[in-house]
Ligand binder design. Sequence first.
Ligand code: SAM
Length: 262
Amino acid sequence: MTHKARKRFGQNFLQDSHIIDNILMTANPEHGEHWVEIGPGQGALTAPLLATGVKLDLIELDRDLVSYLSHKFADEEQLTLHSQDALTVDFSQLATNSSRLHIIGNLPYNISTPILFHLMKYADHIHSMYFMLQKEVVERICATPGNKRYGRLTIMLQYYCQAEPLFDVPPESFDPQPKVMSAIFKLTPHQKAPVDITNLKHLNQVVTQAFSQRRKTLRNSLKKSFTEAEIYALDINPELRAEAISLTEFARLSNAFTLKNP
Ligand code: SAM
């Protein structure tokens, strides 16, 4: 196919068959499962996915590629092609029967965060997700407290999912080559939320505030919301920086914020 990669759609097509094999081996799709691929592009992951006998929904924004894919996979009965922006897809509608979805994609890097937050709304309908993104973003998603990449993205995604980095993918594996290193990671939605949060908007608000000036202690960064004594009362040291605070501690801050701001 002679498709000129479109930058605005974040198009970097996978060319490396070893990497493609590794992704498939790691994701391990099994006959009869329901998979969704976001941004199938020219079908680098799609063809081996179909070969495993899964039911597959494809979501592709670029109409030229949708047209190409509809011809390429015209005989595949297990396949449904959606010419749509993944950010507008209601994933609960795709999960028609009781079995939860498996989602995979070499995601367009330009909309990586919005796509992940959109998917989190449907976490209850999702069994597992295998994605490729810039390595730096993967490190932020999978970080642990104390790590320099630990931040808002870490906390908000790890509230919904267990996050696991899998392996790196170098620029040479794509055409055109991205400027940065990429990495594959897995998200597994929690069966039960790891912490009780009364108001998720407040968690987001407190976390955003705490990380707005990473170098500052909580006493300073959360000044608008809590006194030093209030932070102490939650059994959190106000002299610590946000990057030292676990999800459980952020949950305590968030729920205390909700009590103060009903
Ligand atoms: N899966 C292919 C591969 O690995 O070679 C293509 C990956 S490329 C990085 C990202 C793909 O996502 C492109 O096909 C692009 O057109 C598509 N895309 C970009 N924005 C999208 C969106 N909002 N919704 C669905 N697909 C999108």
